[in-house]
Ligand binder design. Structure first.
Ligand code: 0X9
Ligand code: ZN
Length: 303
């Protein structure tokens, strides 16, 4: 069966998603947010534990960057805890929103990391004779190509020939528009660096709700550190990391106005980097869930 002692392939993850939809038919429905260049479906689930949350939902994604395997391992762990845990804090948060979990939003790149090149980051769209793919987190149509990107198809930060040139990102954005009015939260899992990031990436100017996101972020990383002592930083992408335009969180914040918007850069700080050993999946997922719960409990107090 599916577990969190090892990393899994796209096929294993998608079969698990189908299985939970079958096992919890009144709570979980399988979703498809379009298809990738290589014709793979972008698979996710809509999860609803309590009626009346239709207008209060949270979208969770991971593996926009193909090699960041810990992302989908953590998001599927959280999803599984929502389905199975009896912990009152987890139940309270699970019941408080509708959830959309899309563990692998760059399925072509992710498949390539399993078959051919473990550290592949980008999509697999052939924009150039020599170099394949664009950085899917530079491809979104909000302040597209305004810094921290490259026009060189061989660069790891190639933004593509135009905004939404990558079919997986274009179709995911169209899916997000269909649920956008209901979205109260957007959480995107990346690795690595141990940073909890707030938008925007395209500018160091602060968001309207920077203060609440920052304050809750500090509480979240405190909760995270309590379990195993893992230290995170919190801050605005452009301020704490680097300028990076065309990212999915910027688009969600800018176009949909989603209040609770965080990007996690999960473990570690570089010892193993993208190649985080599988025996760190469960501890990483546990501490991340602690912070995730804190985020939504804190926002519940500030409604
Ligand atoms: O550069 C990126 O796309 C992300 N870092 S990574 O090392 N995983 O590649 C950070 C993106 C943060 N951008 C926004 N939140 N807008
Ligand atoms: Zn990333």
């Amino acid at each position: 069966g599916f577990d969190w002692n090892d990393y899994h392939t796209l096929q294993e993850i998608n079969i698990w998603l189908s299985n939970i939809a079958e096992q919890y038919p009144d709570k979980v429905t399988l979703q498809k947010a379009g298809t990738s260049y290589e014709d793979r479906p972008i698979v996710g689930v809509h999860v609803s534990f309590a009626p009346g949350n239709e207008n209060k939902s949270v979208f969770v994604d991971s593996n926009i960057h193909a090699c960041e395997w810990i992302g989908s391992a953590v998001s599927t762990y959280i999803l599984n805890q929502f389905l199975t845990s009896t912990d009152p804090n987890i139940r309270e948060v699970a019941d408080s929103h509708d959830w959309y979990f899309f563990p692998v939003i760059n399925p072509d790149g992710f498949t390539y990391t399993h078959t051919t090149n473990r550290t592949w980051r980008k999509t697999r769209v052939p924009h150039d004779d020599n170099c394949i793919g664009a950085d899917p987190n530079r491809n979104w149509d909000y302040h597209y190509n305004e810094g921290g990107t490259s026009d060189d198809p061989c660069s790891e930060m190639y933004s593509g020939p135009e905004a939404f040139s990558e079919p997986s990102m274009k179709s995911l954005s169209e899916y997000l528009l269909t649920i956008g009015d209901s979205l109260e939260g957007y959480i995107s899992f990346h690795s690595y660096s141990q940073i909890l990031l707030l938008p925007y990436g395209y500018t160091a100017d602060h968001l309207d709700n920077y203060d609440e996101l920052y304050d809750v972020g500090l509480k979240a990383i405190d909760a995270l550190a309590q379990r195993y002592g893992t230290e995170y930083q919190v801050g605005d992408v452009a301020e704490i990391l680097y300028v990076a335009s065309g990212g999915s969180p910027d688009w969600v914040k800018g176009k949909l106005g989603t209040r609770i918007t965080y990007t996690y850069e999960l473990r570690d700080t570089g010892k193993y980097g993208f190649l985080l050993p599988a025996d760190q999946i469960i501890p990483t997922a546990e501490e991340t869930l602690d912070s995730f719960i804190t985020i939504f409990q804190e926002f519940a107090k500030r409604r």
